[in-house]
Ligand binder design. Structure first.
Ligand code: ADP
Length: 168
């Protein structure tokens, strides 16, 4: 039987840390669905369609990875997709919140396990919010995102700046 995992998150935008979890997750699962879970009332920085495009670009060479977005309960999506697990990445400090979420989700869907992969030391300071902050000041994103999307992120912030919404 095909083993499917959901990798849920905001991915606003997808980082090198997220990509590392996906690559390592592929050793454990036949398919990974990167799922943007979002509240339609909260806009975020990158529109969901753009976040999906960046995920697709980063995962182009990775067979078995697809992406989607969902505004309902992640467990609901996972059960419908036939997933046996939800994949999460753990950085120092993530544990308390992640454990709480995993407990809530296990009560909602006991058949879907939450699986934590520890973050690599080189990604311990990598987060979507750090990427947004650095990009808004035009700083280098080397090591924070895959090189194939660096220009897309830079362009996004240049456009925001031209509209008067960015820093600097
Ligand atoms: P959320 O908004 O749900 O925290 P994120 O998009 O920030 O979603 O992250 C999705 C998942 O990826 C979470 O499990 C998060 O802990 C994990 N993650 C985020 N950054 C890293 C990183 N640098 N290394 C490993 N895992 C990470």
């Amino acid at each position: 039987m095909e083993r499917i995992a959901i990798y849920p998150g905001s991915f606003d935008p997808i980082t090198a840390g997220h990509m590392d979890i996906i690559r390592r997750g592929l050793k454990l699962f036949d398919r990974i669905i990167v799922l943007i879970t979002h509240n339609p009332d909260k806009k975020g920085c990158f529109p969901v369609e753009e976040r999906l495009r960046l995920i697709r670009k980063c995962c182009e060479g990775l067979p078995g990875v697809s992406c989607d977005s969902y505004t309902g309960l992640t467990t609901e999506y996972a059960v419908r997709a036939g997933a046996c697990a939800m994949l999460r990445g753990l950085r120092a400090g993530d544990w308390a919140g992640e454990q709480n979420l995993a407990l809530i989700n296990s009560r909602l869907a006991p058949e879907v396990e939450t699986l934590f992969l520890s973050c690599m030391p080189e990604h311990s300071m990598v987060s979507s919010s750090a990427v947004r902050e650095l990009a808004s000041y035009g700083a280098s994103l080397e090591g924070y995102v895959l090189p194939c999307i660096e220009a897309d992120i830079r362009d996004h912030f240049l456009t925001l700046k031209q509209k008067g919404n960015g820093h600097g």
